[in-house]
Every structure is written in C-alpha cells, then in structure tokens.
Design a protein around this ligand. Structure first.
Ligand SMILES: C[S@@+](CC[C@H](N)C(=O)[O-])C[C@H]1O[C@@H](n2cnc3c(N)ncnc32)[C@H](O)[C@@H]1O
Length: 358
C-alpha cells in the first residue's frame, strides 16, 4: 500500500482534476447548447434526418463513453503516463474567458447564417486558388474565414472543445501514451517528432509538457494557424515551424521517430489521403511510428454510427463520411506501414502504424 502522504497527495490531485474538468464541462456544454440553438436543426426542411442503414443512437452508451474518457484520462495522469495538463493546473483568466465566450457566440450567429445559406466556399477566391489546393479552400464546419485568418486560428480550440462539450482534451491526450511507447528506450533529446496539420498547436502543448527536450516540428498549410502555434508554444525550446502542404512537405526522408496527425485525415479527400499517407511513410525513420488521432469510424461503436453519419450534414465536412468508411490498415499498408494497435477515447481513435526496419 502507498504511504499515507502519497495517498493524501493523490486524493488532492484527483480532487483538483475532477473540479477543473467539471467546470470545463459546464462551460463548454453551456456554449454547445447556445450554439446549437443559434444553428437550429442540423438538417434542412425536407431533408432526411439520417440514413436508414444505422441503428438508433445509443444515448446511454454515449454518456458512459464520455465519462469513460475522463476516467481513462485521470488513470493515465495518476499512473504517470502523462502529466496533469497545464489547462487543468492553472485557473483561466476571467477576462480571457469572457472574450472567448463573446467571440464564440457572435461568430456562431455567422456560422448559422452560413450554414443555412450553404456558404461553404467563401474562401474560394482567385488569389487563394493560386496558393492552396481546391479542397483546402472551404469553410469546413462553416467556420468563418476557413483556415485562413488569425481570428479563425484564435477561435478554433474553443470551437473544438465546445463541439465535444469539454472532452477534446482527454480525447487528444489518449494518444500521448502511444508516443511514450514509440520513444521507449530512445534518447528523447536526440529523437524527433513531426506533427502534421498541427493547427494552433494544442496537441503539441501536451507533447512538450511531457517531453520538453524532444525536438518537435509543427507543420501546417495555414500561415495563420502556424502563427498561432508559434505563439502558443513560444516558451518551449527545440521547436521548428513549417508552413507546407502535407502532400509534399519538403522535409528530409527518414528524419522522424514519430509522426503525429490529429484530426487531419478526415479533412482530406480520399485521393489526397493516399498521397499524405505516402509522404508520412517517407518521413518516418525505419523502426519509427505514425500515431494517427482522428474520429472513430463506422463500426467502432455501432450505437454511435448514426451520429457519425449525421455530423457532416450539419457541419460542412465533405470528406468525413468517406473517412469513416476507410480501412486505415489498407490505406497505410499501401504506404508501407504496418498496424500496431489502437485506443479509443469517446469519439476519437488513436491508431499506431510502424515503418518496418527494412
Ligand atoms: C481539424 S484541424 C486539426 C488541427 C490540430 N491538429 C488539432 O488537433 O486540432 C486540421 C488542420 O489541418 C490543416 N491542413 C488541412 N489540410 C492540410 C494540408 N494539405 N497540409 C497541411 N495542413 C493541412 C489545417 O490548416 C488545419 O490546421
């Protein structure tokens, strides 16, 4: 049995975890409810609400799975698989929260108008077409400015947390132990990790909190999101920021022990997924790993299939349905990677793929 002082310290830590997460869940669920009211029904009048092929939503299982994600998160923290994240250790600033809340609600009204007008191509301009692929120039989730402005990058984390009513942290962190496994036995300071489609850097916060000496490359196609990542990860050393297309990064072959991609693949058209899979396989060192963190797919939780089917109807996600039907083992086998297991946390699945040594 653990000594009494360790048990007391653990209970205090657990209480801090529970209260911080409870406050976050209330905060984001409140914003989710407000946002959904502004958005109205997910489908337009006359449109079928969902496809007949799926079972009804298993609401009890959804609640249980939401809770299980937090239980698993705590267990990992308690077991030292990763540290208590900074977002739970520090109180957020009240003016910051108020600003975030106002911006979210104000923007939700614009998102609702855009959704009802099916305005998902506002960023498809002649100037943008010269710089970015066509599939990238969409207002994914009907978000304002697509991926292209600082305001969008600033708002993005609040939108993700709200969509998952506070569970985005535990869902992203579920893949951190897989990074620990991939780095086991290596000198962390001499290893290298690439996060491809890093967005504003939220996932990499967790990576650097746990492996501060690990050299990390953050790559994204959006200058605005790379700018946000640079600002939010500024206190960490051994960071490199690359603005590039994941299809052809220009980075060195075999340079990375670990490549991570979080919520990137469901945003890519099927053909582009194959190109990016091959590019990732090129970048990984023999013996290294890809850790892919993205939505669960059809069949992972049969009682949630209808939710996956319904999601892209309400939140412009043109490639989501095809991603949910993609056999990941086959996609990455074609790129030369072999499956190495997966973990599920609520609506997210992290899958490992290894690059064979020879
Ligand atoms: C849904 S966001 C995920 C961001 C982040 N990984 C996270 O955990 O929230 C998708 C990100 O992928 C980037 N992205 C999409 N297509 C890309 C491409 N072809 N090359 C590089 N980045 C891309 C977008 O700019 C955006 O930042």
């Amino acid at each position: 049995m653990a000594p009494l002082n360790t048990m007391i310290a653990n209970s205090a830590k657990r209480a801090a975890y529970v209260s911080a997460q409870a406050a976050r869940i209330v905060w984001y669920t409140g914003h989710y409810a407000a946002g959904r009211r502004l958005m109205g029904p997910l489908t337009e009048p006359g449109e079928a609400p969902y496809a007949e092929e799926f079972l009804p939503l298993d609401r009890q299982r959804l609640k249980d799975s939401f809770r299980a994600a937090f239980r698993q998160d705590w267990k990992h923290i308690e077991a030292g698989r990763y540290r208590m994240p900074a977002e739970l250790r520090r109180l957020p600033s009240l003016p910051g929260l108020i600003k975030q809340s106002r911006d979210y609600i104000r923007d939700s009204k614009k998102v609702a108008r855009r959704k009802h007008a099916r305005g998902h191509s506002e960023v498809l301009t002649r100037t943008n077409t010269e710089k970015y692929p066509r599939y990238y120039l969409q207002n994914f989730h009907y978000q304002s400015d697509g991926w292209l402005t600082a305001a969008s990058a600033e708002r993005y984390d609040m939108q993700v947390e709200t969509l998952f009513t506070g569970a985005a942290g535990p869902m992203r962190r579920a893949s951190l132990p897989l990074i620990g496994d991939a780095l086991r036995g290596k000198d962390v300071a001499s290893a290298a990790l690439l996060d491809i489609g890093c967005g504003g850097g939220r996932y990499l916060q967790g990576v650097k909190e746990n492996w501060p000496q690990l050299p990390v490359t953050a790559l994204d196609l959006s200058p605005a999101y790379i700018g946000k990542a640079r600002a939010s990860l500024g206190r960490w050393s051994d960071m490199r920021y690359v603005e590039a297309n994941a299809e052809a990064t220009g980075l060195d072959s075999g340079a990375y022990d670990v490549v991570t991609a979080v919520y990137l693949f469901h945003e890519l058209p099927p053909k582009v997924r194959r190109i990016v899979a091959a590019e990732i396989a090129r970048l990984i060192k023999p013996g290294g790993a890809l850790i892919l963190t993205d939505t669960i797919q059809y069949g992972d939780e049969p009682g949630f299939d209808i939710l996956l089917e319904n999601f892209p109807r309400g939140f412009h996600e043109p490639y989501y349905d095809s991603y949910c039907r993609t056999a990941l083992d086959g996609l990455f086998a074609d790129a030369g990677l072999t499956p190495g297991g997966e973990v599920v946390s609520f609506l997210t699945k992290a899958s490992v793929f290894h690059k064979p040594v020879s």
